[in-house]
Ligand binder design. Structure first.
Ligand code: PXP
Length: 239
């Protein structure tokens, strides 16, 4: 049975739209756990555009399942992770101008750097996951430099524009999963997964965990809207 880890970044995105303190991603994490989530994920970005240092600290104190901190492999973040000690760190490439994480890590370009990052985090008992395109060579190198887990990037699959493109991209994911399983890596998958395109993944039972954010928060807004409006209507009607 696969696990679901919920990414709560976009609760913080809504908060940041007004610069206040609502909605609180820490409360959202607690609700996700009460609903059965197996883990909570947040991405502390260099520009703090959604999740901030306070959120991460409070999440560390309150998350009862597993806290997974997504971050770039840079000194500032490594030091924060070593202090806060999330259960898992997921290393992602990060560009300031991107809307969301765009591609997987290029471990091949700098294996020694990644080996050192794994060591620095591993010393604090933190498991390290590498967010990687479904590219067997990158997976092999991630394994060599000490990754505990690979998270296979499903974003390109989720953006396929035709049936044949989707088939071809799913096939690449399948090969990547088989290679990762052969190397005895922990296996996760995520990015762009929604209530429809996730269905094919039932054929890949080797995937242990799914990392999903945007589609869940988007659905929550629509599903929750009716009740939120009714609550305000009944308040106003009582005047
Ligand atoms: N995995 C990683 C590494 C990500 O960066 C993100 C987005 O923050 C996700 C999974 C979740 O993607 P989505 O929000 O599209 O479900």
């Amino acid at each position: 049975m696969a696990r679901l880890a919920v990414n709560i970044d976009h609760v913080a995105t809504v908060r940041q739209a007004r610069g206040g303190d609502e909605p609180d991603p820490v409360v959202a994490a607690a609700i996700a756990e009460l609903a059965g989530a197996d883990g909570i994920i947040c991405h502390l970005r260099e520009d703090r555009r959604h999740i901030n240092d306070r959120d991460l600290r409070f999440l560390r104190q309150t998350v009862k399942t597993r806290l997974n901190m997504e971050m770039a492999a840079v000194d500032e973040m490594i030091e924060i992770a070593r202090n806060v000690r999330p259960d898992i760190v997921t290393l992602v490439p990060e560009k300031r101008e991107e809307l969301t994480t765009e591609g997987g890590l290029d471990v091949k370009a700098n294996p020694d750097q990644y080996r050192k990052v794994v060591e620095r985090l591993g010393h604090k008992g933190i498991k390290v996951s590498f967010f990687i395109d479904p590219d067997t060579e990158q997976i092999e190198i991630a394994h060599k430099v000490g990754a505990d887990i690979v998270e296979i990037h499903t974003g390109h699959y989720s953006e396929a524009k035709s049936q044949s493109e989707e088939e071809e991209r799913f096939e690449r994911i399948t090969r990547a999963i088989e290679m990762s399983a052969g190397l005895k890596l922990g296996i996760s998958a995520g990015h762009g997964l929604n209530y429809s395109n996730i269905k094919r993944f039932r054929y890949l039972p080797q995937i242990e965990e799914y990392s999903i954010g945007h589609s869940i928060i988007a659905r929550a807004v629509l599903i929750g809207l009716e009740k939120a409006v009714r609550d305000m209507v009944s308040l106003v009607k009582g005047f």
